[in-house]
Design a binder for this molecule. Structure first.
Ligand code: ZN
Length: 281
């Protein structure tokens, strides 16, 4: 592997000889790692389930959605995919026998990565990769230039479609999912049903800049933390429990943390949308 990066929810990796791998985990996809996994500067022998933090000091929450040995769908969700996909327990053999429907295995002399259940996994040429990336909206982790910001601002304000829907459109901005969509609109006090055409340039710019900040925090901590100005104790609690780290996401019926109005829930394009009807008008 000579290069690897993400744009939105997709991973692109280049290999000797020029072939590109494109992976989109989707809801059920996950990578499982075994062998010698480098954690900061220490090497952990991770046959299955050890470790308290992963890259960049990620803190695990009580739902166990991240671990040193896997990235992607929570283990329980993966189990439901098929009986065959049951995760093996720790094995001393390296590389381990593939278990279940392994779609792709990346193997080095010391590390093995198995991919199961992805929405997309394909080998592409340079030209095909360029086409895929070109169709995606900007991702500040991939390109944080003023041009990327401008591309987002223009795309967001172009259509008379609810802004809550536009933020989920991967051609407008790549990578914002359901959690960040709800949280960003609350932070900006924007009604999710407002048409993109009514969003001002300043509002769109602020949304982009907030996304830059939130995405950075997410990558550094491994959690989708969207509340600012927490005390150290509150921060620790919020890292451990999702209920403590969001303004509106999954808080339907609970009082808004700012105004006390009950948080609302509705379906928007088959995804759950959470917002405060008082703060976001
Ligand atoms: Zn409110």
């Amino acid at each position: 592997m000579t290069d690897v990066f993400a744009v939105g929810k997709q991973m692109f990796a280049q290999f000797d000889g020029g072939a590109w791998l494109r992976v989109h985990l989707g809801i059920y996809g996950a990578w499982d790692f075994s062998g010698e996994i480098v954690v900061d500067s220490t090497i952990a022998s991770a046959n299955g389930r050890m470790g308290q933090t992963n890259q960049r000091g990620t803190i695990f929450d009580t739902a166990g959605e991240n671990s040193i040995t896997s990235i992607g769908a929570p283990r329980l969700a993966r189990m439901r995919m098929s009986e065959q996909s049951k995760m093996s327990t720790a094995s001393d053999v390296f590389p381990p026998e593939p278990v279940g429907a392994v779609r792709l295995r990346l193997l080095t002399p010391t590390v093995c990565a198995d991919l199961r259940g992805p929405t997309a996994c394909e080998l592409l040429t340079d030209a095909q990769i360029a086409t895929v990336i070109d169709r995606l909206g900007p991702d500040p982790q991939h390109d944080s230039s003023p041009a990327a910001e401008e591309k987002f601002v223009t795309a967001l304000r172009k259509r008379a479609v609810p802004v809550g829907q536009l933020l989920m459109d991967q051609s407008v901005v790549a990578g914002i999912g359901n959690v960040y969509r709800a949280e960003m609109l609350f932070r900006a006090r924007i009604d999710p049903y407002r048409a993109g055409t009514t969003i001002t340039g300043d509002e769109a710019q602020q949304l982009w800049r907030d996304w830059v900040v939130l995405l950075g925090i997410g990558i550094d901590t491994g959690q989708m933390m969207t509340i600012d100005d927490l005390t150290p104790d509150q921060w620790t609690a919020a890292m451990a429990r999702r209920e403590e780290r969001h303004w509106v996401y999954k808080r339907e019926g609970l009082p808004c943390r700012v105004c006390g109005t009950n948080i609302a829930l509705a379906e928007m394009q088959n995804r759950k949308l959470y917002w405060c009807p008082s703060c976001q008008t």
